[in-house]
Design a protein around this ligand. Structure first.
Ligand SMILES: Nc1ncnc2c1ncn2[C@@H]1O[C@H](COP(=O)(O)OP(=O)(O)OP(=O)(O)O)[C@@H](O)[C@H]1O
Ligand SMILES: [Mg+2]
Length: 283
């Protein structure tokens, strides 16, 4: 990693962060007018975890990611990221934290007036410290990591397929070499081989960079292939936070439908069986 890309962390921030979870949400309420989206929501994510956030459509998954990004604000409760209360820190400090995470939005959210290359280069240019050549090489590298060749670099977002937009969005999320990656439906709309490449990429980044990942997904293959933990959002809060193999033990209608339907059964059957190597109990 180039030292110019290392985030600047001051001593006070490091002190707040020492030993703290990467994300800690306590007693969160999110409210839009009379509509309460989250109530009494608690969630703690430790460094290096890959967390799949699942829940019904409209249950508040995207809004919960926005809370973690400081884009939506709590009606009650606190959200700490890297040990800091992101709703109570100064704008400058929040910007420093933002440089340490990357986000892939549900619908790509590229700048339509910028080329593929400029979309990925833009977060690096905003830092105002990186030389042009480094930005060029880093942007092309991030695109390549996300499966986009240099021949696409000068295309406009309107000329890309949905899957390509997603991959450019991922390249942009990786632009500042984040410690924390938020992904909203990263494999929706991708074909199976593109989904597998995505799984390989996240696994590699996780191993090499101890990346922490929070992803919203409906894709059970990706969920079981990658997650260290599953967080289930239902009834306005996280009803269970556990390892993927244990999630079906929690009794709830959403879990029943989501994990025990045909898709779920297939994905669970494809998992390695922890019982397989254990001696059978005497009968
Ligand atoms: N800015 C806003 N103002 C008012 N209501 C909002 C706003 N943003 C989200 N909501 C509402 O909050 C609820 C949760 O929305 P959210 O987008 O988080 O759902 P989701 O779980 O991500 O669903 P999906 O799986 O369909 O993406 C919805 O009822 C939505 O209409
Ligand atoms: Mg959503």
């Amino acid at each position: 990693m180039n030292s110019a890309m290392e985030p600047v962390i001051d001593a006070e921030a490091s002190a707040a962060e020492a030993g703290a979870p990467v994300i800690q949400i306590e007693d969160l309420r999110t409210q839009f007018g009379d509509v309460i989206v989250h109530e009494n929501l608690n969630l703690t994510i430790q460094q290096g975890e890959i967390v799949s956030l699942v829940g019904g459509s409209g249950s508040g998954k995207t809004v919960l990611l926005r809370q973690m990004l400081g884009l939506t604000h709590p009606a009650h409760g606190t959200v700490h990221v890297f040990g800091e209360d992101i709703n109570r820190i100064e704008a400058l400090r929040l910007q420093q934290l933002r440089n340490r995470w990357g986000m892939l939005f549900q619908h790509g959210a590229l700048f339509s007036a910028l080329t593929v290359f400029d979309n990925v280069a833009q977060p690096m240019r905003e830092l105002r410290v990186l030389p042009k050549e480094l930005i060029r090489d880093a942007a092309l590298l991030k695109l390549q990591m996300a499966g986009i060749g240099p021949e696409h670099a000068l295309k406009m977002p309107a000329d890309l397929s949905g899957g390509m937009i997603k991959r450019v969005g991922l390249a942009r999320a990786l632009a500042l070499e984040p410690e924390l990656l938020f992904l909203d439906e990263p494999t929706a709309g991708l074909d199976p081989s593109a989904s597998e490449s995505f799984v390989d990429l996240i696994r590699t980044l996780h191993e090499e960079m101890q990346l922490t990942v929070v992803m919203v997904t409906h894709d059970l293959d990706t969920l079981f292939a990658l997650s260290t933990h599953v967080a289930v959002l239902a009834d306005k809060h996280i009803i269970t936070y556990c390892e993927p193999g244990n999630v079906v033990e929690f009794k709830h209608p959403f879990i029943e439908t989501f994990f025990r339907g045909e898709r779920g059964k297939r994905a669970i059957e494809a998992m390695p069986d922890p019982q397989e190597n254990q001696p059978e109990s005497a009968s």
